[in-house]
Design a binder for this molecule. Sequence first.
Ligand code: SF4
Ligand code: SF4
Length: 205
Amino acid sequence: MIITSKKTSEEILESVSGADTLYIVSCGSCASKCGTGDQKAVSELKEFLEKNGKTVLGNIELDSACDMRLAKKDLLKNENFLKADAVITLSCGAGSQSIAKVSEKIIIPALNSEYVGSTERIGVYKKFCGICGECILIETQGICPRTRCPKSLVNGPCGGFVNGKCETDQTKDCTWVLIYEKLKKNGKLDKFLNQYIPPKQNKEY
Ligand code: SF4
Ligand code: SF4
């Protein structure tokens, strides 16, 4: 899922400075599941805005804010959504842009999209994919060195690992050692030892 983090109170206050009435749209998928767009987050945001003199006309949770069809269906007949001076979104960037695309409203995204992560337990997420567009998991036994190796090496390991641990953090396994061990276990080591993965586009992720 897309892991999001909350923008600071200062950023939100500055963004809503020209608006007296607000409406909150939250996403029931990723943002809700990672706690940045769930009912608690909505209530906290509402309370914060009201304390700062704003009127919150209401809120709605879309099943998936990034689905423009749902945004259209659920929002464009909603009087309070249409009446508000601005709309605050608790969703990833795709969700906020979907809402911006289907309506003329001023959209104020209150979250930052961080990465595609996996849930270890509630509140603890692992950055497992940076959506680089050139996936090499097929070569690396399902372990992504681009996101999980601090140097993003597509051929590894580097010379810094010690006892299987990463040179940047001795509490963490070297990603390339994990890949090596899995290749070995699955009888694919020969291929690994002779393979070279060409450099990837230095795409931001
Ligand atoms: S290589 Fe890593 S960052 Fe790129 S798409 Fe695959 S899992 Fe995601
Ligand atoms: S020790 Fe392993 S995980 Fe750490 S930077 Fe080097 S190759 Fe990457």
